[in-house]
Design a protein around this ligand. Sequence first.
Ligand code: SAM
Length: 296
Amino acid sequence: MSEHVFGGDWTREKLARVRKYLQAYTMIFHANERAKFFTTYFVDAFAGTGDRMDSNIPGVIESPLLDVECDPDLIGLQKGSSRIALEVEPAFDRYLFIEHSKKRVAELEKLKDLYPSRANDIQIERGDANTVLKNWCQKTDWRRFRAVVFLDPYGMQVDWSTIEAIAATKAIDLWMLFPIGQAVNRLLINRQPPPEGWANSLTRTFGEDAWRPRFYKKSVQQSLFGEEEFETKIANFADIEAYFLERLGSVFESVAKNPLLLCNSRGTPIYLLCFAVGNKTGAPTAVRMAQDILRP
Ligand SMILES: C[S@@+](CC[C@H](N)C(=O)[O-])C[C@H]1O[C@@H](n2cnc3c(N)ncnc32)[C@H](O)[C@@H]1O
């Protein structure tokens, strides 16, 4: 069962925990003789600007399905995961920052001047995180590389096929912000299953349509027109969390059992910070570290 973090602190909490993991990760890869063989990557697939994000979050209101509402906790509190990663010591060997906004990519480019000693190791890709990540997973020689990937979307932008591609490398540790309340629970309307477009988005997120019998119960009721079949929502946040962890567990070697539930100032769950690891040899240590870090 997840731990809860309430209020505006959740962005700081999220980044502080990921930072702790990155620090522990690079320490191991610098200290351990066998791990030293690998070239390490940090991948920030929804990189933002590299710095604190302000209240001007385009697309947020226009696309309620995939993005967030203008929740006050989400405004003005974003800090830069890319910069956090660049400041981790010992350093990663390489950094890949992916961002689809042209304006934000221009900001990310400035990080090369801000961190001149890392400039040659920073690669910035403008594009859709799913496309860039899948391509990168496929073309990287995983006999020589190891990576931490951070997926920090606003909403349901991560396709299940991307998670599968990451897991299939068997070389990546994944930190992911799953939009449990921000998007998924909202699409799961109460008295009937979601309309087709929303249902397709849920299937794209979970990688299968088995969410429907998990989250909805069929019943037959008498109506004016005789017997009618109804489907009503039976899932709560714990059920959605359990199902997503199960899905991660179906493709990764191991998954942290205590994801962190991040709530807004009204106590409503918005995101679930999850960790999963693909490498069999590294999995016990990685999950132990992540589970420690995820504790309140
Ligand atoms: C929550 S913000 C990331 C914050 C960042 N991790 C940080 O700590 O500063 C999400 C970012 O993802 C970008 N984005 C949204 N959809 C995307 C996609 N499909 N591919 C790549 N970037 C995307 C947005 O432009 C936004 O900058």
